[in-house]
Design a protein around this ligand. Structure first.
Ligand code: 5RP
Length: 220
């Protein structure tokens, strides 16, 4: 089974979590794209979707799925998205695609976060995947110095601007043994919009695709 086949299998399994008549929160990335394509087949069963990026909004629209502004949505039973790393407590590193801030906002409104991953994303300790940090451009050097003081090696994501008009620093060489504490610490640096740790609000369900099938793992 290829990695793409596993991503698709996890995404297809997530369709079972979509409630009829609801507005669905939709993530960003190659695994989320498989989910969007599946959602396209059941678009008559849902009210619509809130996208976590311009790219996902375009893909949802191409399937004729109605898009909602998050400000007009008070109830969203489920948010479905991929991850770059996920640990045993279902804390994640996200933002490989640079959509971390909108992903965190949309996920915050949702009742449940369903994470869809192939098995390569499961880790014991996060940090091998560089931690994305969205930064206000004028704060780049200050934030980089603070991240170095925390033991990381920030690298500017060249030629990339987020949907919010900001830059991304990808922080290498981390071993994140306290994901909630580290998420809080990095978010307190002046100039940081948010960082790609989703630990304070991790996933509620992980659909982990393996060559043997999709495993459902629940938080707690
Ligand atoms: C985008 C993300 C993605 O969920 C993450 O990068 C995983 O992507 P993929 O499904 O392509 O492996 O956080 O900002």
């Amino acid at each position: 089974m290829t990695q793409d086949e596993m991503k698709k299998a996890a995404a297809e399994a997530a369709l079972a979590f979509v409630e009829k008549g609801s507005i669905v929160g939709v993530g960003t990335g190659s695994t989320a794209n498989f989910f969007i394509d599946g959602l396209g087949r059941m678009k008559e069963d849902i009210k619509g979707a809130v996208a976590s990026s311009e790219a996902s909004a375009q893909r949802l629209a191409s399937h004729g799925i109605r898009l909602f502004d998050l400000n007009d949505v008070s109830e969203m039973p489920v948010y479905v998205d991929g991850a770059d790393e996920i640990d045993g407590s279902l804390a994640m590193i996200k933002g490989g695609g640079g959509a971390l801030t909108r992903e965190k906002i949309v996920a915050a409104v949702a009742g449940r976060f369903v994470c869809i991953c192939d098995q390569s994303k499961q880790v014991a300790v996060m940090g091998k995947f560089p931690l994305p940090v969205e930064v206000i451009p004028m704060a780049r050097a200050h934030v980089a110095r603070q991240l170095e003081a925390l033991g990381g090696r920030p690298v500017l994501r060249e030629g990339f601007t987020t949907d919010n008009g900001n830059i991304i620093l990808d922080v290498h060489d981390l071993e994140i043994t306290d994901p909630k504490g580290f998420e809080t610490t990095v978010n307190q640096i002046a100039g940081v919009v948010t960082n790609g740790l989703f630990a304070l609000r991790g996933a509620d369900v992980l659909l982990l695709a393996t060559p043997e099938g999709v495993r459902e793992i629940k938080e707690g």
